[in-house]
Design a protein around this ligand. Structure first.
Ligand SMILES: [Zn+2]
Ligand SMILES: [Zn+2]
Length: 154
């Protein structure tokens, strides 16, 4: 066995041990992370770290679609005030969403902007016309809304 191989095996062994440890001490590790964050939140506010966090979250969401839904439901249950806040801040948006949901307007088979057939969502180009719904993919949807926000800025 070459020394490189030995190193690799050692690393793999370490990884396995750590993974087992992480699995059985998940709460403890999370708590530790939260506490470190509380002690020095600024350390975690760097762009690099935020990007990393966002990317990690995105990957996690992709790998755990069901857990994510459950977490969203739980969050909604535990923070009804957030929903009220949102509803009072964007009354038109909320109304349009609920009308579109009740009408069960089906999605088109592809994004009307790029033609993608994955991660399709509904977009309201105009909240005062709740029945007018466009099918867009998640990526284009984000793009639309960032552009709309920029356009609305004075
Ligand atoms: Zn698209
Ligand atoms: Zn939209």
């Amino acid at each position: 066995m070459s020394s490189n191989e030995a190193k690799l095996t050692r690393y793999q062994k370490y990884k396995k041990t750590y993974q087992a440890y992480a699995q059985s001490h998940r709460d403890q590790i999370n708590r530790g992370q939260r506490e470190r964050y509380k002690l020095n939140p600024r350390r975690y506010k760097t762009k690099k770290y935020m990007d990393y966090q966002r990317e990690y979250q995105r990957n996690w969401n992709k790998r755990h679609p069901l857990q994510r839904k459950e977490m969203q439901r739980k969050y909604k249950r535990e923070h009804p005030e957030k929903q009220r806040e949102y509803a009072s801040r964007y009354p038109e948006k909320v109304k349009a969403h609920s009308i579109a949901n009740n009408l069960k307007i089906p999605l088109e088979p592809e994004c009307f902007l790029c033609g993608s057939t994955e991660n399709l969502e509904k977009h309201h180009p105009n909240y005062s016309k709740p029945k007018l719904v466009q099918t867009v993919c998640k990526q284009c949807h984000t793009l639309i809304h960032t552009n709309v926000q920029e356009m609305n800025q004075p």
